[in-house]
Each structure stands twice: as structure tokens, then as C-alpha cells.
Ligand binder design. Structure first.
Ligand code: UTP
Length: 291
């Protein structure tokens, strides 16, 4: 079976749920304490064995490209000042992987963003990591999905069981148990309009492994929810025809596309942060005491 080495990170959405923060700064670049969200996602991909990453951007998202590039003047300044830790942290993003970017000319939806990666991917299976879904885990979640891909040989989605309102705003999957934490997926629906349309409370959360056949499917997928070409609609067809595998991954996911998710990520990462964790926890305890 072909090893998965390429990943696509769609990061060309408008980020309307976190406006005005995302007006001039891409939401994928908003920091969780001291690292932009998208760096966590790139690191997860690299820790799972990915070597080549295509980030789908658009006008106004040049900050993302700059973050994964070298910054010679800043690096020289830090080196001259002997600030080696900061120097390493500035150089590191540029050395993580082969990182490319491509502009989605119009934000026509997540499915359309993925289809922009067609010539980069060619005829091999690949990973998709949504640019605003950060998942923190001991074993990288994409690696957990790769294990299921090797085992069952089908496209894989990372899933969690969520509350009705989260599923209604996301996707709902038709699944049957296969093994511990693994399901066979035979259908899915994006943003169900009524509770009666729910297949289950399992929803796709930000990670997939897809066969190259998905590109032809996306090409004939009509606009769906919100008038956008939805990746879920294309994966629904893949599930109904050849089937997919759903992995109830081990890890904590933060939706950086919404305000509460941004705060949750900042608080939890802040509590464990090697430099400010102790002080931040002390601050939180005092704050909670006075709430
Ligand atoms: P979302 O639907 O969460 O992003 O897509 P959005 O459109 O920015 O969200 P809101 O509703 O306006 O707040 C998940 C991921 O897909 C990317 C987004 O950047 C995000 O990382 N995306 C979405 C694209 O790359 N292109 C699109 O056309 C839509």
C-alpha cells in the first residue's frame, strides 16, 4: 500500500465566526499563546510522516507563507543577541517540511479548496487537515488515521461523538462498528437541516485521508450547504460507493474557527506552557476564586 507523504491544509476561508480578528490576520495565524494555530497542524502532519504540505490560501493570507519562510534580518538580530531559543523557534517553521502554497481564487467551499490540490497530489492517497482545527494528542491524530488506512485500505475520517447542535452545524455519519474506536462509514450528511436527518451523533472533525478518486467526485459535486462545494458531500458519495473508515481518534480538538474554541485552546495550552504555565495556573486559580 502506498505510503501517505502529502497533505493539504485548506486555509482560504473567510473566518466570519471570528471577525473582526480575522479581518486582516488569517484565523489560521491567530496564536495559541505563542504559536499560530496552523503551526500545530503542520507539526501534527510532520509527526505523522508527512513530508510535503500544500496550504490553500487566498488574497490577504500572505502571513501564512511568511511564517513558514526564513526571516534573515530577524534571525541575524536574534543570533547577534545570543537569543538562541528564540532563534530556533523562528527558524523551525521553515524547516518542518516542504511547504507550498496555492491560492484558491474564490472561497467556493472546503471541497473546492481541496480540489485546488489536484495537480500537487497527482494519483496518490493524501491527507487533509482543516486549517482551523487544532488537535492536541500524545500520538498525532493523523498518524492514528494512517494506521486505519493501512489496515482497511479505504479513505478515513477522524470523528468524535458530539452534541446535537454541534452535529447539526457540522456533519452526521452513518456508521457500523468495525473494531475498538473504528467504524465502517457508509454515508454522511453536511449540516443536516432537521434532527430527523441525523444518521448518528458522530461528526467529522478536521482530519481525513482521501484516495485520489475524490477529485473526480468533487468535480461533479454541486454546491450544497451555504451554497458551497462541500467536502462532506463528496465524501458522502465515496462512502456510499466504496465506503470509508471512521476513526474515533484519541486527542483533544479545538475549533479555532470560533471564539470559544480559541479561548479554550489558549487556556489549556497556557496551563501547560513551560515558560508561563506556573504563573498562568496561579493567575487562573485566583481568578476562579473571585468569579
Ligand atoms: P470553515 O467552514 O470552518 O471555514 O472551513 P470558514 O469558511 O472560514 O468559516 P466561517 O463560517 O466563515 O467562520 C474549514 C477550513 O476550510 C477552509 C477554512 O479556511 C478552514 O480552515 N476553507 C473553507 C477554505 O480553504 N476554502 C473555502 O472556500 C472554505
Amino acid at each position: 500500500m502506498r505510503k501517505i507523504t502529502k497533505a493539504v491544509i485548506p486555509a482560504a476561508g473567510f473566518g466570519t465566526r471570528v471577525l473582526p480578528a480575522s479581518k486582516a490576520v488569517p484565523k489560521e495565524m491567530l496564536a495559541i499563546v505563542d504559536e499560530p494555530a496552523i503551526q500545530y497542524i503542520v507539526e501534527e502532519a510532520v509527526n505523522s510522516g508527512i513530508t510535503d504540505i500544500l496550504i490553500i490560501t487566498n488574497r490577504g493570507k500572505g502571513d501564512i507563507e511568511d511564517h513558514f519562510d526564513r526571516a534573515p534580518e530577524l534571525e541575524r538580530r536574534l543570533l547577534d543577541a545570543g537569543k538562541m531559543d528564540l532563534y530556533e523557534s523562528v527558524v523551525r517553521p521553515a524547516q518542518l517540511a516542504n511547504i507550498y502554497s496555492l491560492r484558491q481564487k474564490e472561497a467556493k467551499g472546503l471541497g473546492h479548496a481541496v480540489s485546488c490540490a489536484r495537480s500537487f497530489i497527482g494519483n496518490e492517497p493524501f491527507a487533509v487537515l482543516y486549517g482551523d482545527d487544532v488537535i492536541i494528542s500524545d500520538t498525532p491524530v493523523l498518524g492514528q488515521l494512517m494506521d486505519a488506512y493501512e489496515r482497511y485500505g479505504k479513505g478515513v475520517v477522524g470523528v468524535k461523538e458530539m452534541s446535537t447542535d454541534v452535529v447539526m452545524r457540522g456533519s452526521s455519519l452513518k456508521i457500523e462498528p468495525l473494531a475498538e474506536g473504528c467504524f465502517a462509514c457508509s454515508d454522511m450528511i453536511e449540516k443536516p437541516a432537521h434532527e430527523s436527518q441525523l444518521f448518528s451523533h458522530y461528526t467529522v472533525l478536521g482530519r481525513c485521508i482521501l484516495p485520489p478518486e475524490i477529485f473526480d467526485i468533487i468535480d461533479h459535486t454541486p454546491p450544497g450547504a451555504n451554497g458551497e462545494i462541500q467536502l462532506t458531500d463528496a465524501m458522502a458519495e465515496l462512502s456510499r460507493t466504496v465506503g470509508m473508515t471512521a476513526v474515533d481518534f484519541i486527542g483533544k480538538r479545538y475549533d479555532l474557527g470560533n471564539k470559544l474554541g480559541m479561548l479554550q485552546a489558549a487556556v489549556e495550552v497556557g496551563c501547560k506552557h513551560p515558560e508561563i504555565g506556573d504563573a498562568f495556573r496561579a493567575y487562573l486559580k485566583e481568578l476562579i476564586h473571585n468569579l
